[in-house]
Design a binder for this molecule. Structure first.
Ligand code: ZN
Length: 152
């Protein structure tokens, strides 16, 4: 199998698994920050809840409706950034965004499920499904409460 084929297989399995069994799914009752995201192209809606302990993400959950990619991406996001500092989480957001803007000089820095998510690059129309939860996380970290959409 070529590297691209392996990535596609990893991507397919990861999305399937996370969308069937989303991690950290549900409203966080004592959240001190939350943000809502919407991807009008696909109809995905995600709300991200954060409970911060100083600058550390103590708990992160999400709820929402959407396609398998949007839900899997949100699930992976919660696993990835829980217990990290806001700065570390922002680095992850940057890493994810870079994965979806492939260039010849791109360095594969993402690991595990985050890397698998990069497989969505093969389906440009679905990239916004994959970035939604991460953009919404960024809004929540910024402490803004307005609706985030994937439209620039
Ligand atoms: Zn979608």
């Amino acid at each position: 199998m070529t590297h691209a084929a392996k990535l596609q297989e990893l991507y397919r399995q990861t999305v399937l698994e996370h969308s069937r069994h989303p991690r950290n799914f549900g409203r966080l009752e004592d959240a001190d920050r939350s943000a809502e995201g919407y991807n009008p192209l696909c109809g995905d809606k995600v709300t991200v809840y954060l409970q911060m302990n100083d600058d550390t993400i103590d708990q992160v959950t999400f709820e929402g409706v959407g396609c398998a990619i949007a839900l899997a991406s949100a699930s992976i996001m919660t696993e990835q950034v829980g217990k990290k500092t806001a700065a570390q989480a922002r680095d992850d957001i940057t890493e994810i965004m870079q994965q979806f803007t492939p260039s010849e000089h791109q360095q594969a820095t993402a690991h595990g499920d985050m890397a698998a998510l990069g497989g969505v690059s093969a389906y440009p129309s679905r990239i916004r499904c994959a970035t939604l939860a991460w953009k919404t996380l960024e809004t929540a970290l910024n402490g803004r409460s307005q609706l985030t959409t994937t439209e620039e």
